[in-house]
Structures are given as structure tokens and as C-alpha cells.
Design a protein around this ligand. Structure first.
Ligand code: SF4
Ligand code: MG
Length: 456
């Protein structure tokens, strides 16, 4: 998912800015989009819809609304289904005031917390993990809604980068592990919070800085205040998959250019899994930058031999297998003239269920390729993610059910090569202990933290 928020200290309307921010974060979720703000009579207001930002929301309508603080969300369902009740921001008028929350990540102890609260009378309206935050806030008496929010965040495990609208305040928070990115920006009288810096670029804001893991920023008319989620400091655990696939290449995460990291991934892949094809090509768009790195390092010419329909979304995000299967053809078509009789090295960012690679290899062979060497710019995805990326169960993961040789045969490729875990860390350039690689390595964070323990 993607979250965005804007607060004008001069009282200027910001909802159109939030719309633009969401537009730039579209790649982080295409199932639904929504915005929330608090109106002049302290009522929480939301506008939400299914599908892409420009279909779910009406920019012209938002531009006429007088709200100087607002948040927004683009959704890619991980926890909970894709129904309307789960479209964010989630909002409530609770006893201390109105509150709306936009959440990126996945709260790994959500079902335990939910059970606990339901046993004490809470009635949940949705199946999202995010709703536990609202109920935790209401569950115990606090002086202010900000106190309630801080106290609830303390009880959560897993991943959350949040934009929260409270009366006269915009709050941003990042979980103590820092799984998902979140940045603070500013232009003139407006402060912005955004999942990725590319959205700050669109609204013309400068990135002030990224939030620290475990940090809470409170933005109001006085400016920005920094608080901490009151837990003992944790090990940083930034999601490596943001660099591999999820984030846009024009974003900066942890001070690193996603583009440069992706190019490095391709270069390291060329060293570790070399290949002497006629040309290097990519599975657009997710494999493009890595393929350029691969070509540069190997000295083999790069051709854009597979054309992507510019108006199609990300295949993976289609919620059913049937549409996912169709999706590959809907979206990608090779150029016959570049394929016939050629030995191709095809770079993609990841193999999850194996659908994309299998269909593409089949298509390339149909178009006359003599050899198809698949090269993947991440290690095999063998384990599910519990922190906000929609990897399926272990049984559905291609690399979990088959070893490399068997998988190569399954997708019909001439050869299959992956990046190693060490090369992934090296390409990202952050210390190994600050990066989550659990879906590749199975090393989830410290013992027990993933589990649904409860301490309310
Ligand atoms: Fe990212 Fe994988 Fe860790 Fe999930 S398990 S947070 S996708 S690196
Ligand atoms: Mg792809």
C-alpha cells in the first residue's frame, strides 16, 4: 500500500495535493484509493472508491473541498479481503475526537489483538489488520487521542507506516523495525508525509528526511514534533523487496536511490549468473533497470524486446489466479523480429508463483527464440511475507515447491539463474542486520516477535 498526508500551517486546502500524492504512489496499490479529512464541525469525512486513483477519486471535486489537513491511501490487499469495508483510510469518531488512519504494512499480531478486543466487546467493521489500531485507542481511557494512538502503537507487532488525521493535527508513524519506508517533505506552508519520495517530487516538495524506525511525527500549526513509540529499541529491519520490486526507481529509501540499487542488482547478477546470449532483455517494467545493469556488466547488448502495454497495471496485484494468468498476455508482447532464432537472456525482478516467467518463456519460444535464459535479480522467494507484501502461502511459491533445476524445467527455460542473498545485501549497500530478507532466507525477525503474543 501507499500512504500520503498533507498539512498546511497557513490553512490552505490540501486535498488536491493528497490526490496527486496518491497518483504518484499508484504502483503501491491499485485495488482501491481513499482520502480522509476532518471538517469544520469536527466530523471525520472520507471519500473512497475501488480501482485506480483516477477512477476511485474525483480530482476536481477534491480541489473544491476546504480542508487544510488530509490523508490518503492506495490499497493493495494483504491482510483482509478487497471489499469496500476494507478500503482505507479507516475512520471513526471516537470519544476523544475524530480519527482516520491510512496504513502501509501488515500488523503481524493483529488477529490476536482482535480476538482479545472482541472478547471484551469490540465490534469490528472490517477484516483489515489496521482496524485494531482504532479499537486499541478506544479500549482504554486516555487524556487525548494522541496519547491513545501512541499507546496503541506500542502494542503492535510487524509493519506499519501510518498517516493519521486527528483534529488539528497530522501524525506520521513508522514501526520500530522500519519495515516500510516513510518520508517527511515540505513546500512553502505545507508539510507532507509520503510512503515514497517520488510523490514528494510530484507535489514539488523537498524531502526533509525519512522517519526513523519507531518515530512518530506530530504536525500542527506550530510545526513538526518528534516522539518515539515507547518500546525498547529494536533492530532495524527495512524490507529488501522495496528495492527489488515494490518501490518506484525514482524514489530514495534509506538514503539510497532505488534505481541505483536495482542497477547494482543486475550487475551482481551478471557476475554471479553469467550467460552468453545474443542480447539481454527485460520483463518490463519490473526487470528493466536490473536488465540494464546486467547488460552493462556482461557487455551483451540490451534490447527492449518485450513491449508492455502502457495502460495495464501490475499483473501480480490481480486478486485471482485466472486474471493473473490472463494478465501476462494482456500486458506483455515480444517483438518477433528481435526474438526469432536468438538466444535471449531475460531479466526479471522475482519469481513468485512462476506464472509470469512460465507464460513469457512459452511466448518467446512460440515467437521463435532458440534459447531463453531466465535471470532473476533477487534470490528465490521461498517464504511468505508477514509484513505487508502479498506473497502467497508456501505451497504456492514456485521456489518453495521446486528446486532450481525443477523450476527451470517447470517454466520451460533453457537455464535459470538467481541472485544470491549476499549479493542482494551488497547491492543494497546497507548492513546485513538492518535489512529484512525473510521471504528469501526464512530469517524472520528476532524470536517470537512475529508471533501473535499479546501484552495489552
Ligand atoms: Fe520485505 Fe520479504 Fe521482509 Fe516481507 S519478508 S518485509 S517482502 S523482505
Ligand atoms: Mg514484473
Amino acid at each position: 500500500c501507499g500512504v500520503f498526508g498533507a498539512f498546511s500551517t497557513a490553512g490552505n486546502p490540501v486535498l488536491e495535493e493528497v490526490y496527486l500524492g496518491l497518483y504518484a504512489l499508484q504502483h503501491r496499490g491499485q485495488e482501491s484509493a481513499g482520502v480522509a479529512w476532518i471538517d469544520k464541525s469536527d466530523q471525520i469525512r472520507t471519500i473512497k472508491g475501488q480501482g485506480l486513483v483516477h477512477l476511485a477519486l474525483n480530482q476536481a471535486e477534491l480541489a473544491t473541498i476546504d480542508a487544510s489537513s488530509a490523508i490518503g491511501h492506495v490499497r493493495y490487499s494483504t491482510a483482509g479481503g478487497s471489499g469496500l469495508a476494507n478500503v482505507q483510510p479507516l475512520a471513526a469518531n471516537y470519544c476523544r475526537g475524530p480519527v482516520a488512519i491510512a496504513h502501509n504494512g501488515n500488523i503481524s499480531n493483529a488477529s490476536g489483538v482482535r480476538r482479545y478486543l472482541e472478547n471484551r466487546g469490540a465490534i469490528f467493521q472490517s477484516t483489515t489488520d489496521t482496524e485494531v489500531i482504532l479499537h486499541l485507542m478506544a479500549h482504554q481511557p486516555h487524556k487525548t487521542e494522541l496519547d491513545a494512538l501512541v499507546d496503541s502503537l506500542r502494542k503492535l507487532k510487524g509493519a506499519f507506516s501510518l498517516a493519521v488525521a486527528l483534529k488539528d493535527r497530522l501524525v506520521a508513524a513508522r514501526d520500530p523495525w522500519g519495515f516500510r519506508p516513510l518520508a517527511l517533505g515540505k513546500r512553502d506552508d505545507v508539510y507532507y508525509i509520503s510512503s515514497e519520495s517520488c510523490a514528494l517530487d510530484l507535489v514539488g516538495a523537498d524531502m526533509i528526511r525519512e522517519l526513523e524506525p519507531g518515530e512518530i511525527l506530530v504536525i500542527d500549526d506550530e510545526g513538526v514534533r518528534s516522539l518515539r513509540i515507547p518500546v525498547e529499541p529494536r533492530r532495524k529491519y527495512l524490507c529488501s523487496f522495496e528495492f527489488v520490486y515494490f518501490a518506484r526507481p525514482d524514489s530514495l529509501i534509506s538514503g539510497r536511490s532505488v534505481y541505483e540499487v536495482r542497477k547494482n542488482l543486475g550487475k551482481m547478477l551478471a557476475k554471479g549468473a553469467p550467460c552468453n546470449g545474443d542480447c539481454v532483455t527485460c520483463m518490463p517494467d519490473s526487470g528493466t533497470v536490473a536488465a540494464m545493469g546486467y547488460a552493462e556488466e556482461s557487455g551483451i547488448p540490451y534490447e527492449k524486446a518485450i513491449v508492455r502495454n502502457r495502460y495495464s497495471g501490475r499483473t501480480f496485484i490481480e486478486p485471482t489466479q485466472r486474471v493473473r494468468e490472463l494478465g501476462v498476455r494482456k500486458k506483455l508482447n515480444p517483438i518477433r523480429e528481435l526474438i526469432r532464432g536468438k538466444s535471449l537472456t531475460v531479466v526479471d525482478d522475482s519469481i513468485v508463483r512462476g506464472t509470469t516467467s512460465r507464460r513469457m518463456v512459452e511466448l518467446l519460444r512460440e515467437y521463435g527464440a532458440s534459447e531463453v535464459h531466465m535471470r532473476i535479480s533477487s534470490p528465490p522467494v521461498k517464504f511468505p511475507c508477514y509484513y505487508g507484501i502479498d506473497t502467497p502461502t508456501r505451497e504456492e511459491l514456485a521456489a518453495a515447491r521446486a528446486n532450481e533445476t525443477a523450476l527451470c524445467a517447470e517454466i520451460g527455460a533453457t537455464s535459470l539463474g538467481y541472485l544470491t542473498g549476499d549479493d542482494l545485501i551488497q547491492a543494497i549497500g546497507l548492513p546485513e542486520w538492518e535489512v529484512c530478507t525473510a521471504c528469501f532466507s526464512g530469517n524472520y525477525m528476532e524470536d517470537g516477535e512475529r508471533h501473535e503474543e499479546l501484552d495489552i
